[in-house]
Design a protein around this ligand. Structure first.
Ligand SMILES: Cc1cc2nc3c(=O)[nH]c(=O)nc-3n(C[C@H](O)[C@H](O)[C@H](O)COP(=O)(O)OP(=O)(O)OC[C@H]3O[C@@H](n4cnc5c(N)ncnc54)[C@H](O)[C@@H]3O)c2cc1C
Length: 320
């Protein structure tokens, strides 16, 4: 059985930055993710030649810490400023991953022990050690456990063990998002920045990735609103696709959809933000982090992961 200082559940940006900062501090960490790739909601997909982000579309930086990360990515050609506003220039930079948002997660994962395709199935706490078991029956032990999956997904691992978990934390719910990804045979009607960000009853955000600068051919991601997504969540796929085709038509101009895919995000956006950047319990050596703590954005998730790492390095210093 492998033993590490820290097991991290979730290789989204919060889990990855926690692992990176722990590695910098000499704390060994192993990260598990149920997905085929790292990144979680920093997600990029290919449809033929097209490249489309289908989770987070851009990032903003209000904190020095995240601004420093963005500048590092920019210097290495991995991220850049897309625009300073969608309908008009508000002077506030929107950043993107130059090879898609997922490539930034891959960059953070470099040199970290990340095991993808590993769904954490259960955790147990016994005499100061966590045992973490995955669905392939692999078990790893660790002094410290970090949970960065969306809270409803983290809940089952610890609710029977850790009686100090605040009840309000676990009742926090998430908005859902149904997204349409469509590769086109010509330029879309989305000009300027290539995005429409005027939330309506049906649509939250629409972007053409060729105009955004990450796809060699026109390709649209359309994120529907939480209300629309709730309405269609359990509908048959052909009904969802027909309704999405109608919604996307004003953005196509004279182009046609050559191939499309539907992506459903069950835990797209936490409805509330917890009052501290992560939740921790020293007795159980447990940290819970993610965008439900730092705020429902890439930057919020990043800052929560940084706070998780600082909490753990603080515990390590106390122990020495
Ligand atoms: C459609 C959409 C559009 C968005 N647009 C923007 C935007 O434009 N700008 C912005 O700043 N933010 C945006 N966001 C929000 C942003 O993507 C998130 O806030 C951020 O990526 C969350 O990171 P995280 O690490 O907290 O969680 P996640 O990225 O969700 O990472 C959690 C990880 O845990 C893994 N996991 C779950 N359960 C298990 C398990 N049992 N075992 C192992 N692994 C598990 C998941 O596979 C996932 O990879 C958007 C989100 C969505 C869904």
């Amino acid at each position: 059985m492998e033993d590490v200082d820290c097991v991290i559940v979730g290789a989204g940006i919060s889990g990855l930055i926690t692992a990176r900062r722990l590695a910098d501090a000499g704390v060994s960490a192993m990260v598990f993710d149920k997905g085929r790739s790292v990144g979680g909601r920093l997600a990029t997909r290919r449809i033929g030649e097209a490249r489309l982000d289908h989770g987070a579309q851009f990032m903003t930086a209000r904190s020095e810490s995240f601004a420093t990360q963005l500048e590092d990515w920019q210097q290495r050609g991995l991220a850049d400023i897309w625009c300073h506003g969608f309908e008009s220039d508000d002077g506030h930079p929107r950043w993107i991953g130059m090879n898609g948002m997922n490539s930034l997660a891959k960059d953070l994962a470099e040199g970290i022990d990340v095991r993808t395709d590993h769904r954490v199935f259960s955790t147990t706490w016994d005499r100061g050690k966590w045992s973490v078991t995955c669905d392939d029956a692999q078990t790893v032990t660790a002094s410290t456990l970090v949970l960065t999956a969306p809270i409803p997904q983290s809940f089952s691992f610890v609710f029977e063990t850790v009686e100090t978990l605040p009840r309000e934390l676990w009742s926090a719910d998430h908005d859902r998002t149904i997204a349409l990804l469509a590769a086109l045979d010509g330029p879309s009607a989305l000009t300027g920045s290539g995005a429409r960000h005027e939330p309506s009853d049906d649509i939250a955000f629409v972007v053409d990735h060729a105009v955004k600068g990450i796809s060699p051919i026109p390709a649209i991601t359309m994120n529907t609103s939480p209300e629309w997504s709730d309405l269609f969540w359990d509908a048959p796929n052909d009904e969802i696709e027909a309704a999405l085709s109608e919604l996307i038509s004003p953005f196509l101009g004279s182009a046609h959809v050559v191939e499309q895919q539907v992506k459903k995000w069950r835990f797209a956006t936490p409805r509330a933000t917890w009052s501290t950047p992560c939740w921790s319990d020293n007795d159980f050596q447990l940290v819970v982090a993610g965008d439900a703590f730092g705020g429902p954005r890439v930057e919020g998730a990043f800052l929560s992961g940084v706070a998780a790492a600082e909490t753990i390095t603080g515990w390590c210093t106390q122990r020495r």
